[in-house]
Design a protein around this ligand. Structure first.
Ligand code: NI
Length: 256
């Protein structure tokens, strides 16, 4: 069974049919999902989903685009969400995102460091979002000696992928791997050892080919796994087995 390691089923795009979509996942060969928190509100929702469905796990954390009103009290709440809910398995998604013009690098870096510290305090792995930070995100991870993490929706070079692997990181790929112009992602995937790879949808975004541009969901993670099998030169079954084992290890989940 596949493990979608990064999904946002709390997203309003699932408001009409969330229950049905989630209940259908086993028919698509999906055994487990991690629902990722990206703000205070979606962190609470991720925990609620994990507590509702036995095969859904959660992370809590605040995405760099959502940090502008964060407070120290929020950090305490994140901590309590972890301590009170055993299905919370990582802090994330956290990181840097300089894509938009209104991004405030200092503020983002402050809360990124603060949440890395929280993860350290709680001995939790981290789910990292890095967009257009031009190396700053990895610099902070190195500076804080973070070793237990995943770089989600990886879009960097093969060289960067190798560097992250050396640091101890997992590398996770989305449907971007299936896009026609994905040469860079394909090269990066080639550079990552099998035991460090994970698959994800980042749904409702990033739908893989042949569904690009539509609402994504965990059932489409098989397209990412198929493409990854092709790139790594192993069977589809082997990629499913390995990426699921990797995800179980990363999120510290016992038995399938
Ligand atoms: Ni995400």
């Amino acid at each position: 069974m596949l493990f979608d390691t990064h999904a946002h089923f709390d997203d309003p795009q699932f408001d009409e049919d969330r229950e049905q979509v989630i209940q259908s996942l086993r028919d698509y060969g999906v055994g487990n999902v991690t629902n990722i928190g990206a703000s205070m509100e979606t962190s609470r929702q991720a925990v609620a989903l994990a507590n509702q469905y036995d095969f859904i796990y959660a992370t809590v954390g605040v995405h760099p685009g959502e940090v502008d009103e964060l407070t120290e009290q929020d950090m305490q709440e994140l901590k309590n969400l972890v301590l009170n809910n055993p299905k919370v398995r990582a802090i994330g998604e956290i990181g840097l995102d300089y894509h938009y013009e209104d991004a405030d690098p200092d503020e983002q870096q402050f809360w990124f460091r603060r949440q890395l510290k929280l993860a350290e305090e709680l001995s939790m792995p981290v789910v990292i979002h890095d967009r257009d930070s031009k190396g700053k995100c990895i610099e902070i991870l190195e500076e804080m000696d973070v070793r237990n993490g995943v770089m989600h929706c990886f879009s960097g070079s093969a060289e960067t992928a190798r560097k992250l692997v050396d640091m101890g990181f997992m590398i996770s790929f989305t449907g971007v791997l299936t896009f026609k112009n994905a040469r860079r992602a394909v090269e990066a995937c080639q550079a990552v050892p099998l035991e460090r790879l994970m698959v994800e949808t980042d749904c409702p975004y990033m739908a893989p080919e042949p569904h690009r541009g539509t609402r994504n969901f965990s059932g489409y993670v098989k397209y990412v796994a198929e493409k990854m099998a092709e790139i790594k030169g192993v069977s589809y079954e082997e990629i499913v087995r390995i990426t699921t084992e990797n995800a179980m290890r990363f999120y510290q989940i016992k038995n399938v």
